[in-house]
Write a protein of this length. Structure first.
Length: 224
C-alpha cells in the first residue's frame, strides 16, 4: 500500500507530451466520428467534446498519479457535477469511451497502448462503415408523394423508366370524396442508375395531380 501513498510528480516535458498526445488522439477520434457518422444526429459540439474529454482525462490521470487519496478526492469532487445531455445515437457512446481510454493511457504515459488502441478502433470503425455492417435496409430510396387516382398511370410510367424495383409501402387516403380525393403514397425504390434521382424527380414533378413529392435516402436509416 506504500506505493499508493507516494505522490507522482510529472516533469513539465512529460506533462506537455502526454497532453499533446491526448490532443492528437482526440482529433483522430473526432475525425473518425465525423467520417463514419450516419443519420441526422450529427453534432459539431460532440466532436469538440471528444477532443476535450481526451485531454481533460489525461490531465486527471496525471493529477491522480498513483495516489489513492487523490483518486477518492477526485471522485467526491466530480460527484457534485450532473451531466444531463442525452446522447442521441448509441454509437456515440463508444466514441466517448474510446476518448476516455485514450486520455487515461496518454495521461499515464502508456503511449503505445494509447496509439495502438485508437488506431485499432479507428480502423475497425472505418471497415464497418465501408461495409455498412448491420444494416437491414435493402432499398436505396424512400419515395413519397400525394396523388389523385387519375395520375396513377402517369407516375407508374416514370417509376418503370427510372427504377428496377418500386414496392408500395404505404397508401394513406385523404378522406375527401369525388374529384378532390387524393392518396398519399410511399414507395420503396431501387434505382436503375444512382445518378438519375434528380431526373426522376423532375419528371414526377411534371405529372398532373401529383404533389408533396419527397425523396428520402434509406441506405443507412429505416425511419421514414
Amino acid at each position: 500500500m506504500e506505493n499508493f501513498n507516494q505522490f507522482v510528480i510529472y516533469d513539465p516535458v512529460t506533462v506537455v507530451l502526454n497532453m499533446a498526445l491526448a490532443c492528437i488522439l482526440g482529433l483522430v477520434i473526432s475525425v473518425i466520428y465525423k467520417t463514419t457518422h450516419k443519420g441526422l444526429s450529427y453534432s459539431q459540439s460532440f466532436m469538440l467534446t471528444v477532443i476535450f474529454v481526451t485531454i481533460i482525462v489525461s490531465m486527471v490521470m496525471m493529477v491522480i498519479g498513483n495516489s489513492l487519496a487523490r483518486a477518492f478526492a477526485l471522485v467526491g469532487a466530480l460527484s457534485i457535477i450532473r451531466f444531463r445531455t442525452v446522447i442521441k445515437d448509441t454509437k456515440d457512446t463508444a466514441y466517448v469511451f474510446i476518448a476516455l481510454a485514450a486520455g487515461m493511457a496518454a495521461g499515464t504515459s502508456s503511449y503505445f497502448l494509447a496509439v495502438a488502441g485508437v488506431v485499432i478502433v479507428s480502423a475497425m470503425a472505418l471497415v464497418l462503415h465501408s461495409m455498412n455492417f448491420g444494416s437491414i435496409v435493402k432499398s436505396e430510396l424512400i419515395l413519397r408523394f400525394r396523388t389523385s387516382p387519375k395520375a396513377s398511370d402517369a407516375y407508374q410510367q416514370v417509376l418503370d423508366k427510372f427504377t428496377n424495383q418500386a414496392n408500395l409501402l404505404q397508401m394513406e387516403p385523404s378522406g375527401d370524396t369525388g374529384e378532390e380525393r387524393t392518396v398519399f403514397m410511399t414507395f420503396d425504390v431501387v434505382m436503375k442508375k444512382e445518378d438519375a434521382v434528380e431526373d426522376m424527380v423532375k419528371e414526377l414533378d411534371t405529372v398532373s395531380g401529383l404533389s408533396e413529392l419527397k425523396v428520402i435516402a434509406s441506405k443507412t436509416d429505416i425511419d421514414y
